[in-house]
Ligand binder design. Structure first.
Ligand code: AMP
Ligand code: ZN
Ligand code: FE
Ligand code: FE
Length: 288
């Protein structure tokens, strides 16, 4: 049984519409696929309606969070599964984050334009098509302008990546607040790529115990941004804290080279997600 619990669509910064994504997931041989767009559930309905026979959809989202520890705060991502998409507090929190992403991206575009870089905010918004706006949308604009060859180059220090003068922070959810919100909405949480040092600073190990005590359920171990040593470290921490581990592609369409189903999750972890969730149910495609 092939289970991939982290996929992005055009509802955020992926390049595949949610319905097409479900068809691709079925064609890739998945039995279970989670739709986890950044800070939105807007792709859920289209994905659920497009399920090929036998493919099960786990409805989810990837929440933009921040840990305000000692010193500089650290951004982190929480995958949330099978929560109630109408929970008012969670709906309001996600709307706040999406709104802040818009302002931040617009300010990044203004900074680039002030330096003579030919990117246009209205054009970027139009290409985002209503999906949660993120840096990959700015990367796509740089590619269209012929300024960079690909997304990888756009995420370098000269443009959108760490060390770039154009990279601005967004207003993320406090991570403990996010855990409370998802729990109250009946969902299950998994800390996404928690040891991805290629993305920047990672959280201190003590934080994992505090997050587990605050309701965190699992850790994403197998992810393309984790080295083999980082995967092993995540497994060790999870075992010590009684958390389950997952593996996922974090597919973003043409933004990344990773394939759907390139990393997968064991059925036992999926069972814990389904058993722990009360806010939404898995949906399975039926023939005809
Ligand atoms: P943002 O949420 O706006 O800060 O943008 C982060 C998004 O950019 C995440 O979804 C990442 O998957 C994506 N991303 C970050 N680094 C890269 C990279 N080097 N290549 C492609 N996508 C990236
Ligand atoms: Zn993304
Ligand atoms: Fe992420
Ligand atoms: Fe992701």
């Amino acid at each position: 049984m092939t289970i991939d619990l982290h996929l992005h669509s055009t509802a955020s910064d992926g390049t595949t519409p949610p319905d097409e994504l479900m068809r691709l997931a079925g064609a890739a041989g998945l039995r279970v696929a989670a739709l986890t767009d950044h800070d939105t559930t807007s792709g859920w309905a289209a994905a659920a309606q497009a399920l090929p026979p036998g493919l099960t959809l786990i409805r989810g989202a990837e929440l933009s969070c921040r840990w305000h520890g000692e010193g500089e705060s650290i951004a982190l991502h929480m995958l949330a599964y099978l929560f109630d998409p109408a929970d008012p507090a969670l709906v309001a929190a996600l709307a706040r984050v999406r709104e802040s992403r818009l302002g931040r991206a617009e300010r990044m575009v203004a900074l680039m334009r002030a330096d003579g870089i030919d990117v246009d905010w209205a054009d970027i918004l139009a290409h985002a098509g209503g999906g949660t706006v993120g840096r990959p949308h700015l990367a796509a604009a740089l590619i269209r302008a012929g300024l960079v060859a690909d997304t990888q180059e756009a995420f370098g220090p000269r443009w959108l990546g760490n060390g770039s003068p154009y990279r601005l922070p967004k207003e993320d959810l406090d991570v403990f607040e996010a855990l409370r919100l998802v729990q109250a909405a009946g969902g299950v949480t998994v800390f996404a790529h928690p040891r991805a040092s290629v993305r920047g600073r990672v959280v201190p190990e003590e934080l994992f115990g505090q997050l587990a005590a605050a309701g965190l359920d699992g850790l994403e171990a197998d992810h393309h941004d984790h080295s083999p040593a980082e995967r092993a470290e995540v497994r060790r921490i999870a075992a010590e804290l009684g958390l389950f581990t997952t593996g996922s592609s974090d597919f973003h369409g043409t933004h990344k080279k990773v394939r759907i189903g390139e990393f997968t999750t064991a059925p036992e972890a999926l069972e814990r997600i389904v058993a722990g969730a009360t806010g939404a149910t898995p949906v399975t495609g039926v023939a005809g």
